[in-house]
Design a protein around this ligand. Structure first.
Ligand SMILES: *[C@@H]1O[C@H](CO)[C@@H](O)[C@H](O)[C@H]1NC(C)=O
Ligand SMILES: *[C@@H]1O[C@H](CO)[C@@H](O)[C@H](O)[C@H]1NC(C)=O
Ligand SMILES: [Cu+2]
Length: 298
């Protein structure tokens, strides 16, 4: 058993030293309209609705200012048009140009929105009041994370709340990867901000108790961020941050996924030991130079 895992580790090491280990949002589709983002390190970015980050590396630590919109996130020059009920598909890719796929498979996908003061193309989101519109954790089998489907290039689906009042909004997409989250500070945060203008004539929004700041919404010891038992089924996962805002009803559910309105998702089924081994193999990339990762293999 140990030898097999060692072999898998060495294979993963060989593979992942060739490709970059983390990723970023490369494209957003709103009701079928494609909005391309920029690849990383491109020099002068092309006009986009996606705020460009400086690196594909994760944000570490719940008080990190980059938790807001990502590492060194720059204002983008465009805004995307959306409406209440609009369907967004967010494409996360690996590396710096999308030639590889998203590498991680363990942890939640969450989406927040915040009102911009004026156009989101000029809005400094440091003090933005974020409210949660969706959270995706484990699929119905209780052991596969929605995040795992990103490793085969599935987009993340999110719906603009069907009763949201019109205005300028940032959409903050976030992946948390938990493969190193057995110790405080180990969780990897990948935030990304998308600039929108929401039309329509709806009237609703969050209450102030449903809003928080980034950093501010999380703590390094939240049960969904410090997760020592994340590979021990049955997995009991508690999403960090505020609950999905109460005005967001069924509107946050996509056809395939479900935005669990409750803060906890419980898995009862335990995957086969091969699935578990595969899952752990795939989590190696970010563990490469973290010696603590060996604890799980010994
Ligand atoms: C988003 O929807 C597509 C199409 O139904 C599906 O293939 C994909 O798996 C979904 N993404 C996630 C992360 O569930
Ligand atoms: C490896 O460690 C260095 C220095 O601590 C860090 O900057 C880098 O992001 C780490 N790489 C990975 C893949 O975790
Ligand atoms: Cu990574």
């Amino acid at each position: 058993m140990m030898l097999r895992r060692l072999a898998q580790f060495l294979l993963a090491l060989a593979f992942f030293t060739l490709v970059s280990a983390h990723g970023f949002v490369q494209q957003v589709t709103i009701d079928g309209t494609v909005y391309k983002g920029n690849n990383l390190n491109v020099g002068t970015p092309a006009p986009s609705i996606i705020r460009l980050v400086s690196t594909n590396s994760p944000v570490k630590g719940s008080t990190n200012s980059a938790l807001n919109c990502g590492q060194d996130a720059q204002l983008a020059s465009l805004v995307g048009n959306a409406n209440p009920g609009s369907q967004l598909e967010i494409l996360w890719v690996g590396g710096t140009d999308g030639s590889s796929n998203w590498p991680h498979n363990t942890g939640p996908l969450m989406h927040y929105m915040a009102k911009c003061d004026g156009s989101c193309s000029t809005y400094d989101s440091t003090n933005a009041e974020w409210f949660k519109i969706s959270e995706l954790g484990l699929e119905a089998d209780g052991s596969t994370w929605y995040q795992a489907s990103l490793t085969s290039r599935a987009p993340v689906n999110v719906t603009i709340p069907s009763t949201l009042a019109p205005g300028n909004y940032l959409l903050r997409a976030e992946i948390i990867s938990l493969q190193l989250a057995m110790s405080a500070g180990g969780a990897e945060f990948y935030p990304a901000c998308i600039q929108l203008q929401v039309g329509g004539s709806q009237t609703q929004g969050p209450t102030s108790s449903e809003e928080c700041l980034f950093p501010g919404c999380y703590s390094d010891t939240d049960p969904g961020i410090l997760t020592p038992n994340i590979y021990n089924p049955p997995i009991q996962y508690t999403f960090p941050g505020p609950p999905v805002a109460s005005f967001v009803s069924g509107g946050s559910s996509s056809a395939t996924g479900s935005a669990a309105p409750s803060p906890t998702s419980t898995g009862s089924a335990s995957g086969s030991s091969q699935e578990q081994a595969d899952a752990q193999t795939e989590t190696r990339p970010c563990a490469l130079n973290a010696t603590i990762s060996w604890r799980g293999w010994a």
